[in-house]
Design a protein around this ligand. Structure first.
Ligand code: SF4
Ligand code: MG
Length: 312
């Protein structure tokens, strides 16, 4: 992903002066085959927009998105339909996206029909996939309302798997579930990754969930990447003050470890009118004079990327 931007135009006030929401600003990022890249940040920081732009559910304003060597941001509808097979999305609340009038069999058929897959192949794929996600063939003739939250998410995952994609973007995929069910679904994600050699972009505001599943983690703030590191590095020693605040808010299971709590003060500023300089400066516990004026660049430091004047 190179210099990816997504700006939404909005009517700013009653006399309809146009403004923009700067949802993504100059994102540069690589996602490696077979890895799970976690994406964290508060709601409104651009995580979902990033996920949706990557699989082109949203059209980016500009920038390049290379998938298997080709810039898919240049693709037209027809070309996009072909690669769409390879990239799928799993949403937070599958119930909202599962048509209540259809049986599970019909729901799982839809992506196959859209890609002209023969009836025989469809039946086999559907029956195989429902078992792969831990449900039974008998479930296929039921309707979404007959299932629990966890089972519905299994159906949502089955639907994403129908075309045997390479990349899955999971947007808050376990956030609506009870903690015990979350663990089961996360384990299912892990098993499927191994079985189908999947690559995941795993978006969540929940840092414990992201720690459980990710290889590398991106921290986003107001449409920008502020830190990107291997999971172990980031969780052991976050460098960016925003990452530090997010991580120090995770409940610590070890009471003997005296971890300093860095409180995140203030609200996320409006992405239509972001602060000058470092966008995090109004909330930063380490801010310096330069921070209000000059935006720090994302730079490499000790095997990770961080955008903060403290390290430059
Ligand atoms: Fe804080 Fe300055 Fe670093 Fe921004 S650049 S995170 S304000 S220390
Ligand atoms: Mg979101």
């Amino acid at each position: 992903i190179k210099e990816l931007n997504k700006h939404f135009s909005i009517s700013k006030n009653w006399f309809k002066k146009k403004g923009y929401v700067y949802a993504l600003n100059g994102i540069n990022l690589s996602v490696y085959e077979g890895e799970t890249l976690g994406v964290v940040g508060e709601s409104g920081c651009g995580k979902s927009t990033l996920g949706r732009c990557i699989i082109r559910l949203l059209k980016p304003s500009n920038g390049e998105i290379y998938f298997q060597g080709k810039d898919i941001n240049k693709y037209n509808k027809q070309e996009m339909k072909k690669v769409r097979k390879e990239m799928q999305m799993v949403f937070q609340n599958p119930y909202d996206t599962l048509n209540p009038k259809l049986t599970i069999r019909m729901i799982l058929s839809e992506p196959l029909i859209a890609h002209s897959i023969s009836k025989e192949k469809r039946t086999k794929l559907i029956e195989d996939t429902i078992e792969i996600v831990g449900l039974k063939k008998e479930h296929l003739d039921r309707h979404p309302h007959e299932f629990s939250g966890g089972q519905r998410q299994r159906i949502g995952i089955a639907r994403a798997l129908m075309l045997r994609p390479k990349l899955i973007v999971a947007d808050e995929a376990v956030s609506a579930l009870d903690v015990s069910i979350q663990a089961q679904i996360l384990n299912l994600f892990k098993d499927l990754q191994e079985q189908f050699e999947l690559t995941y972009i795993f978006i969540s505001h929940d840092l414990s969930v992201v720690e459980h599943i990710s290889d590398r983690v991106v921290v986003m703030y107001l449409g920008e990447i502020v830190e990107l590191a291997k999971k172990e590095l980031l969780y052991e020693r976050p460098l960016h003050p925003y990452s530090q605040s997010l991580l120090s808010a995770i409940p610590n299971p070890d009471p003997t470890e005296n971890r300093e709590r860095i409180k995140l003060t203030g609200d996320l500023p409006s992405p239509s009118n972001p602060p000058k300089g470092c966008k995090f400066h109004p909330r930063c516990h380490a801010r310096m004079e330069i921070c209000e004026k000059v935006q720090p660049e994302l730079k490499e430091l000790d095997g990770r990327l961080v955008a903060c004047h403290l390290y430059q």
